[in-house]
Design a protein. Sequence first.
Length: 278
Amino acid sequence: MLANLRKVFNPAAVAQALQPMPPLKSTVMDTFFTNRPSHPMVVIGLSELHRVIETVPVVRRDGAPVALGGEDFETQYFAPLPIKVKVAVTASELNDLRVIMNDATAVAAWRSAKLEQIRRTVRLTTEAMCATVLTTGGISWPKQLEGGRSETYSIEYGDPLTHTLGTKLAADSKISDVYDLLTTMEEKIQMGSHKLTLQNRGSVMLTGVKDVVAFDENQVVLDTELGLLTIKGKNLHMNRLTLEKGEADLEGQIDSLAYSSNESLHKSGESLFNRLFR
Protein backbone atom coordinates (compact mmCIF):
# COMPACT_ATOMS: atom_id res chain seq x y z
CA MET A 1 0.00 0.00 0.00
CA LEU A 2 2.89 2.35 0.81
CA ALA A 3 4.31 1.81 -2.67
CA ASN A 4 0.94 2.70 -4.21
CA LEU A 5 0.76 5.84 -2.06
CA ARG A 6 4.17 6.94 -3.29
CA LYS A 7 2.92 6.65 -6.86
CA VAL A 8 0.01 8.94 -6.01
CA PHE A 9 2.34 11.61 -4.60
CA ASN A 10 5.40 11.34 -6.83
CA PRO A 11 6.64 14.70 -8.25
CA ALA A 12 5.21 14.12 -11.72
CA ALA A 13 1.76 13.21 -10.37
CA VAL A 14 1.72 16.21 -8.02
CA ALA A 15 2.79 18.60 -10.80
CA GLN A 16 0.06 17.24 -13.08
CA ALA A 17 -2.55 17.63 -10.33
CA LEU A 18 -1.51 21.24 -9.63
CA GLN A 19 -1.78 22.42 -13.24
CA PRO A 20 -5.60 22.63 -13.52
CA MET A 21 -6.00 24.23 -10.08
CA PRO A 22 -6.93 27.93 -10.31
CA PRO A 23 -4.53 30.50 -8.80
CA LEU A 24 -5.26 31.34 -5.19
CA LYS A 25 -6.26 34.96 -4.57
CA SER A 26 -5.40 37.03 -1.52
CA THR A 27 -5.97 40.74 -0.91
CA VAL A 28 -2.58 41.90 0.34
CA MET A 29 -0.38 39.93 -2.07
CA ASP A 30 -2.52 40.64 -5.12
CA THR A 31 -2.78 44.37 -4.33
CA PHE A 32 0.62 45.38 -2.99
CA PHE A 33 2.99 42.56 -3.97
CA THR A 34 2.05 41.92 -7.58
CA ASN A 35 5.66 41.63 -8.78
CA ARG A 36 6.90 38.32 -7.38
CA PRO A 37 9.87 37.15 -9.50
CA SER A 38 11.71 33.91 -8.77
CA HIS A 39 15.24 34.32 -7.43
CA PRO A 40 17.97 31.85 -8.44
CA MET A 41 20.11 32.26 -5.31
CA VAL A 42 19.54 31.08 -1.74
CA VAL A 43 20.26 34.62 -0.48
CA ILE A 44 18.91 37.96 -1.71
CA GLY A 45 21.01 41.12 -1.60
CA LEU A 46 19.46 44.43 -0.55
CA SER A 47 21.85 47.15 -1.70
CA GLU A 48 21.99 50.69 -0.42
CA LEU A 49 24.08 53.51 -1.91
CA HIS A 50 24.93 56.34 0.48
CA ARG A 51 26.20 59.60 -1.07
CA VAL A 52 28.13 61.83 1.32
CA ILE A 53 26.94 65.45 1.12
CA GLU A 54 29.10 67.96 3.05
CA THR A 55 30.35 71.53 2.95
CA VAL A 56 33.63 72.24 1.14
CA PRO A 57 36.16 75.08 1.32
CA VAL A 58 36.43 77.72 -1.40
CA VAL A 59 39.53 77.75 -3.60
CA ARG A 60 41.48 80.30 -5.62
CA ARG A 61 40.31 80.90 -9.17
CA ASP A 62 43.30 79.00 -10.50
CA GLY A 63 43.21 76.44 -7.68
CA ALA A 64 42.52 72.72 -7.89
CA PRO A 65 38.95 71.54 -7.27
CA VAL A 66 38.02 69.89 -3.99
CA ALA A 67 37.33 66.17 -4.24
CA LEU A 68 33.88 65.29 -3.00
CA GLY A 69 33.29 62.46 -0.57
CA GLY A 70 32.91 59.06 -2.13
CA GLU A 71 29.95 56.75 -2.20
CA ASP A 72 29.55 54.15 0.50
CA PHE A 73 28.06 51.00 -1.06
CA GLU A 74 26.48 48.64 1.45
CA THR A 75 24.84 45.30 0.73
CA GLN A 76 22.77 43.32 3.19
CA TYR A 77 21.96 39.71 2.46
CA PHE A 78 18.80 37.93 3.55
CA ALA A 79 18.18 34.21 3.41
CA PRO A 80 14.49 33.55 2.76
CA LEU A 81 13.33 30.53 4.70
CA PRO A 82 10.92 27.97 3.22
CA ILE A 83 7.44 27.06 4.36
CA LYS A 84 7.27 23.28 4.71
CA VAL A 85 4.09 21.45 5.69
CA LYS A 86 2.91 17.87 5.66
CA VAL A 87 -0.53 16.32 5.78
CA ALA A 88 -1.09 13.05 7.62
CA VAL A 89 -2.86 10.13 6.00
CA THR A 90 -5.00 8.40 8.61
CA ALA A 91 -5.57 4.67 8.94
CA SER A 92 -9.17 5.04 7.84
CA GLU A 93 -8.04 6.91 4.70
CA LEU A 94 -5.63 4.07 3.92
CA ASN A 95 -8.51 1.61 4.15
CA ASP A 96 -10.57 3.78 1.82
CA LEU A 97 -7.66 3.98 -0.61
CA ARG A 98 -7.52 0.21 -0.83
CA VAL A 99 -11.06 0.32 -2.20
CA ILE A 100 -10.60 3.19 -4.69
CA MET A 101 -6.99 2.57 -5.75
CA ASN A 102 -8.13 1.17 -9.10
CA ASP A 103 -10.39 4.18 -9.70
CA ALA A 104 -8.07 6.84 -11.15
CA THR A 105 -10.70 9.60 -10.92
CA ALA A 106 -11.40 8.95 -7.24
CA VAL A 107 -7.70 8.80 -6.39
CA ALA A 108 -7.08 12.06 -8.24
CA ALA A 109 -9.90 13.78 -6.34
CA TRP A 110 -8.49 12.58 -2.99
CA ARG A 111 -5.00 13.75 -3.92
CA SER A 112 -6.30 17.15 -5.07
CA ALA A 113 -8.06 17.64 -1.74
CA LYS A 114 -4.79 17.02 0.12
CA LEU A 115 -2.85 19.35 -2.20
CA GLU A 116 -5.49 22.07 -1.88
CA GLN A 117 -5.14 21.98 1.91
CA ILE A 118 -1.37 22.42 1.57
CA ARG A 119 -1.74 25.19 -1.03
CA ARG A 120 -4.13 27.21 1.08
CA THR A 121 -2.00 26.82 4.21
CA VAL A 122 1.12 28.06 2.43
CA ARG A 123 -0.78 30.93 0.81
CA LEU A 124 -2.37 31.99 4.10
CA THR A 125 1.03 32.02 5.81
CA THR A 126 2.59 34.03 2.99
CA GLU A 127 -0.33 36.48 3.00
CA ALA A 128 0.05 37.02 6.75
CA MET A 129 3.80 37.65 6.38
CA CYS A 130 3.16 40.16 3.59
CA ALA A 131 0.61 41.96 5.76
CA THR A 132 3.21 42.15 8.53
CA VAL A 133 5.76 43.68 6.15
CA LEU A 134 3.19 46.17 4.88
CA THR A 135 2.22 47.41 8.35
CA THR A 136 5.54 47.18 10.24
CA GLY A 137 8.24 47.35 7.58
CA GLY A 138 9.65 43.96 8.47
CA ILE A 139 9.07 40.31 9.27
CA SER A 140 9.03 38.87 12.75
CA TRP A 141 7.83 35.29 12.42
CA PRO A 142 8.23 32.12 14.49
CA LYS A 143 10.84 29.69 13.16
CA GLN A 144 10.52 26.06 14.15
CA LEU A 145 13.70 24.27 15.25
CA GLU A 146 14.55 20.66 15.91
CA GLY A 147 13.17 19.11 19.06
CA GLY A 148 10.08 21.32 19.15
CA ARG A 149 12.03 24.46 20.02
CA SER A 150 11.45 27.76 18.23
CA GLU A 151 12.99 31.18 17.70
CA THR A 152 12.07 34.35 15.83
CA TYR A 153 12.92 34.86 12.17
CA SER A 154 13.35 38.62 11.63
CA ILE A 155 14.06 40.86 8.63
CA GLU A 156 13.85 44.66 8.62
CA TYR A 157 13.11 46.35 5.29
CA GLY A 158 12.76 49.91 6.60
CA ASP A 159 10.02 52.13 7.96
CA PRO A 160 6.61 51.69 6.28
CA LEU A 161 4.89 54.62 4.58
CA THR A 162 2.25 56.26 6.75
CA HIS A 163 -0.36 58.96 6.41
CA THR A 164 -1.15 61.27 9.32
CA LEU A 165 -4.64 62.70 9.34
CA GLY A 166 -4.66 66.47 8.98
CA THR A 167 -8.04 66.68 10.70
CA LYS A 168 -9.07 64.75 13.77
CA LEU A 169 -12.55 63.44 14.34
CA ALA A 170 -14.53 64.82 17.25
CA ALA A 171 -17.44 63.45 19.21
CA ASP A 172 -19.87 65.45 17.05
CA SER A 173 -18.24 64.52 13.72
CA LYS A 174 -20.59 63.61 10.90
CA ILE A 175 -20.49 60.62 8.60
CA SER A 176 -19.47 62.97 5.80
CA ASP A 177 -16.38 63.96 7.83
CA VAL A 178 -15.40 60.31 8.19
CA TYR A 179 -15.92 59.76 4.47
CA ASP A 180 -13.76 62.77 3.56
CA LEU A 181 -10.92 61.55 5.80
CA LEU A 182 -11.07 58.02 4.41
CA THR A 183 -11.12 59.38 0.85
CA THR A 184 -8.01 61.45 1.57
CA MET A 185 -6.27 58.42 3.07
CA GLU A 186 -7.16 56.31 0.06
CA GLU A 187 -5.79 58.93 -2.34
CA LYS A 188 -2.53 59.14 -0.39
CA ILE A 189 -2.13 55.36 -0.18
CA GLN A 190 -2.99 54.74 -3.83
CA MET A 191 -0.93 57.64 -5.16
CA GLY A 192 1.32 56.17 -7.81
CA SER A 193 3.54 57.26 -10.65
CA HIS A 194 2.56 58.58 -14.06
CA LYS A 195 4.42 57.87 -17.29
CA LEU A 196 3.74 59.14 -20.81
CA THR A 197 5.41 57.72 -23.91
CA LEU A 198 4.81 59.56 -27.21
CA GLN A 199 5.76 57.80 -30.45
CA ASN A 200 6.06 59.88 -33.64
CA ARG A 201 3.07 62.01 -32.60
CA GLY A 202 0.90 59.09 -33.66
CA SER A 203 0.43 57.10 -30.47
CA VAL A 204 0.60 57.63 -26.71
CA MET A 205 1.10 55.01 -24.00
CA LEU A 206 0.12 56.10 -20.49
CA THR A 207 0.35 54.79 -16.95
CA GLY A 208 -1.03 56.36 -13.79
CA VAL A 209 -4.42 57.02 -15.40
CA LYS A 210 -7.20 57.34 -12.82
CA ASP A 211 -10.24 58.18 -14.97
CA VAL A 212 -11.49 59.39 -18.36
CA VAL A 213 -13.03 62.86 -18.02
CA ALA A 214 -13.88 63.57 -21.66
CA PHE A 215 -13.31 61.88 -24.98
CA ASP A 216 -13.96 62.55 -28.66
CA GLU A 217 -11.94 62.28 -31.87
CA ASN A 218 -10.42 65.76 -31.40
CA GLN A 219 -9.74 65.87 -27.66
CA VAL A 220 -9.16 63.46 -24.78
CA VAL A 221 -9.05 64.58 -21.13
CA LEU A 222 -7.64 62.12 -18.61
CA ASP A 223 -7.38 62.35 -14.84
CA THR A 224 -3.85 61.18 -13.99
CA GLU A 225 -1.71 60.93 -10.88
CA LEU A 226 -0.09 64.25 -11.82
CA GLY A 227 -3.26 66.16 -12.74
CA LEU A 228 -5.57 66.54 -15.73
CA LEU A 229 -3.96 65.67 -19.06
CA THR A 230 -5.55 67.18 -22.16
CA ILE A 231 -4.57 65.59 -25.49
CA LYS A 232 -5.67 67.44 -28.63
CA GLY A 233 -5.45 66.23 -32.20
CA LYS A 234 -7.42 64.55 -34.98
CA ASN A 235 -8.92 61.07 -35.35
CA LEU A 236 -8.07 60.21 -31.75
CA HIS A 237 -9.22 56.81 -30.57
CA MET A 238 -8.58 54.65 -27.53
CA ASN A 239 -6.92 51.33 -28.30
CA ARG A 240 -6.76 50.13 -24.71
CA LEU A 241 -8.08 51.35 -21.37
CA THR A 242 -7.53 49.44 -18.12
CA LEU A 243 -8.43 51.66 -15.18
CA GLU A 244 -7.73 48.86 -12.70
CA LYS A 245 -4.06 49.06 -13.73
CA GLY A 246 -4.14 52.76 -14.60
CA GLU A 247 -3.09 52.13 -18.21
CA ALA A 248 -4.28 53.60 -21.51
CA ASP A 249 -3.12 53.59 -25.14
CA LEU A 250 -4.26 56.18 -27.70
CA GLU A 251 -3.68 56.60 -31.43
CA GLY A 252 -4.29 59.38 -33.90
CA GLN A 253 -2.71 62.66 -34.98
CA ILE A 254 -1.51 64.26 -31.75
CA ASP A 255 -1.14 68.05 -31.87
CA SER A 256 -0.67 69.00 -28.21
CA LEU A 257 -0.37 67.68 -24.67
CA ALA A 258 -1.12 69.87 -21.65
CA TYR A 259 -1.43 69.32 -17.89
CA SER A 260 -3.63 71.24 -15.46
CA SER A 261 -4.94 70.91 -11.90
CA ASN A 262 -7.56 68.25 -11.15
CA GLU A 263 -8.79 69.74 -7.85
CA SER A 264 -12.09 71.00 -9.26
CA LEU A 265 -12.79 67.60 -10.81
CA HIS A 266 -12.24 65.77 -7.53
CA LYS A 267 -14.51 68.20 -5.70
CA SER A 268 -17.36 67.59 -8.13
CA GLY A 269 -16.83 63.80 -8.12
CA GLU A 270 -17.81 63.65 -11.79
CA SER A 271 -16.25 61.36 -14.38
CA LEU A 272 -17.08 60.32 -17.89
CA PHE A 273 -18.70 57.09 -16.71
CA ASN A 274 -20.67 58.88 -14.00
CA ARG A 275 -22.11 61.24 -16.60
CA LEU A 276 -22.90 58.41 -18.99
CA PHE A 277 -24.90 56.38 -16.45
CA ARG A 278 -26.56 58.97 -14.26
